[in-house]
Write a protein that binds this ligand. Structure first.
Ligand code: SF4
Length: 231
């Protein structure tokens, strides 16, 4: 099994009735600015190379971002901030992400989320989070041979990632979320490396418009994680 195969199964998932209904309703109704586009309207798979040494994990796709374009953080304001920062630290070949065919490449970094379907109000339920976890566990297992660092965007995503890390074969400790925190997570199952785990405020407009998360703060965490990953 490889990541492409996993993603091919993932995009067919219909396990969460509320999220299936919402992602498809949004894809049907559309936002006026995107009226002429065909929305993706399905689970959004992780984006980036299968041999990534660094993972960035968010929360869930945005209704008119990833749920429209079919790629994580692509076509929304959160992504504008994230990809500008990744480009600034030399990890992306361009500073913007607009569509699946925009030519964007990430160097050694994969981006994923603990919930793969856009939720109403950007708020998945805990049941939806738990139901989607096996995809993240599988992704972590497949990345395990090369994975060295993870950046988690936001406290909700942090709480969602920790149990997935345990299931995928890393330590069971429960580190506390904060912006800029760094923990070294020990491997338990064979074939895994120590992981450098970093917390970062989410790149949502609520944080970036208010200055709670500045580009410099984001770039600093991403650069540390990239260095830990040998990038
Ligand atoms: Fe499937 Fe995850 Fe989407 Fe639920 S959120 S339908 S588990 S891909």
């Amino acid at each position: 099994p490889d990541l492409d195969l996993m993603d091919a199964h993932l995009v067919e998932c219909r396990a969460c009735p509320r999220l299936v209904a919402w992602r498809e309703q949004v894809a049907h109704d559309k936002r006026a600015a995107f009226r002429d586009e065909t929305y993706w309207g399905r689970p959004v798979p992780g984006f980036g190379p299968a041999d990534a040494s660094m993972l960035i994990s968010g929360l869930a796709p945005a209704a008119h971002g990833g749920n429209r374009t079919g790629r994580m953080f692509t076509g929304d304001r959160s992504g504008e901030v994230l990809f500008a920062a990744l480009h600034a630290i030399g990890a992306a070949n361009r500073p913007t992400a607009t569509s699946l065919d925009d030519g964007l490449h990430l160097n050694g970094i994969r981006i994923t989320s603990p919930v793969h379907c856009a939720p109403p109000d950007n708020k998945p339920t805990t049941g939806e989070r738990d139901r989607c976890r096996h995809w993240l566990v599988n992704e972590l297992e497949l990345l395990a041979p090369t994975l060295r660092s993870i950046v988690v965007l936001g406290a909700w995503g942090w709480q969602a990632l920790l149990p997935a890390l345990v299931e995928a074969g890393w330590d069971h400790t429960r580190p506390t979320f904060g912006h800029g925190v760094h923990y070294r997570i020990a491997p338990v199952a064979p074939g895994r490396h120590h992981l450098d785990l970093y917390g970062c405020y989410h790149v949502s407009q609520r944080n970036t418009f208010t200055g709670r998360l500045t580009p410099a703060m984001l770039e600093a965490v991403l650069a540390q994680a990239a260095t830990s990953a040998g990038l």
